[in-house]
Write a protein that binds this ligand. Structure first.
Ligand code: DON
Length: 309
């Protein structure tokens, strides 16, 4: 298996690299336009602790929406599942990640799920702490534990860029404040959310996080339970149903793995009990998912027979 993983990872990266040309960098957060659209990197970590990495796997980028699985785990650990899901649902939407439309049209007074922006903003508002500083410290500390990377930090430029231009998220948050889903100050919650999205990671960090969720919440190196097993299982399930937004259905058919994307170009994916996977390719498809990352995952799933279905 070891040789197989190495061979297929390297082949997939080489064969699908050219797809970057049909993708686009995320432009609605202007600082993300500074990424190199040709970059592509990937890391796979197996349960025995072996690493398989290729391409620009050490390149750091902002985690963006991939952070939503981590804050969801922390919010459930802080508040319990019942409390978190009293404010949002478990259902996929079929709409884009920042869509406003469904909450009002369907008269559903809460976000459909915690992976779309509306749900994720509510999740962030539920992280415990005296003030935003303490909440951010708790979020980053949790990330450090999941990645075993003490050096994690925030990209100040991307954070400020989104803070300046994130008016759609403001619209979502003010709407939720009006209907009573958000109780805290909107700008405070968004500030924390924008910082959480601007945490810098590389493919190794993502593969480590993926491995924790793949391994029922237990760190493969220390044996420590970082996330309770029942929460890890729920996160894996929500990754399958909602992780790739309105591409979650086709992704399940074509790849068949729990996964989560971010507009920084990252994708995290996992093979339960076996592999943690982190990919980077900042050129995105029209749904906001890394175009090369999707292709590489599809190929790896086929070649290594990874689909959970
Ligand atoms: O809130 C936003 O729009 C961004 N900070 C994150 C969105 C994102 O990553 C969507 N994923 N593909």
């Amino acid at each position: 298996m070891k040789e197989e993983i190495k061979k297929h990872l390297e082949n997939a990266i080489t064969s699908y690299h050219h797809y970057y040309a049909s993708g686009k960098l995320a432009a609605y957060i202007p600082a993300l336009l500074e990424a190199n659209p040709k970059a592509i990197g990937a890391c796979i970590l197996d349960k025995e602790g072996h690493w398989y990495c290729a391409g620009d796997y050490e390149k750091r980028f902002t985690i963006q929406s991939i952070s939503k699985i981590v804050t969801l785990a922390l919010a459930i650990m802080d508040n319990g599942e019942e409390s978190v899901f009293s404010k949002m649902g478990y259902e996929p939407t079929g709409d884009s990640f920042n869509s406003l439309v469904r909450m009002e049209i369907n008269r559903v007074p809460k976000p459909y799920n915690p992976m779309i922006n509306a749900g994720a903003i509510v999740v962030t508002s539920m992280i415990k702490g005296e003030d935003n500083n303490e909440k951010l410290e708790r979020i980053i500390d949790f990330f450090k534990r999941l990645t075993s990377n003490e050096e994690l930090s925030i990209d100040g430029k991307v954070y400020l860029s989104e803070k300046e231009t994130g008016h759609r998220n403001r619209a979502l948050a003010y709407y939720m404040k009006e209907v009573g889903i958000l109780s805290l100050d909107v700008e405070d919650v968004l500030d924390l959310y924008f910082q959480q999205c601007s945490i810098l990671v590389n493919c190794q960090d993502l593969a480590k996080i993926a491995m924790v969720f793949a391994n029922d919440g237990v760190d493969i190196n220390t044996g420590e339970e970082l996330v309770p097993k029942y929460i890890a299982r729920k996160i894996r399930t929500i990754m399958v149903t909602c992780g790739m937004y309105d591409a979650s259905g086709s992704f399940a058919v074509r790849v068949g793995l729990p996964a989560k994307s971010g507009v920084g170009g990252g994708i995290i994916a996992l093979s339960p009990k076996k592999l943690g996977i982190g990919l980077y390719g900042p050129a995105l498809d029209d749904k906001g998912n890394s175009i090369v990352g999707m292709k590489v995952l599809e190929e790896l799933s086929r070649k290594l027979d990874l689909s959970i279905f």
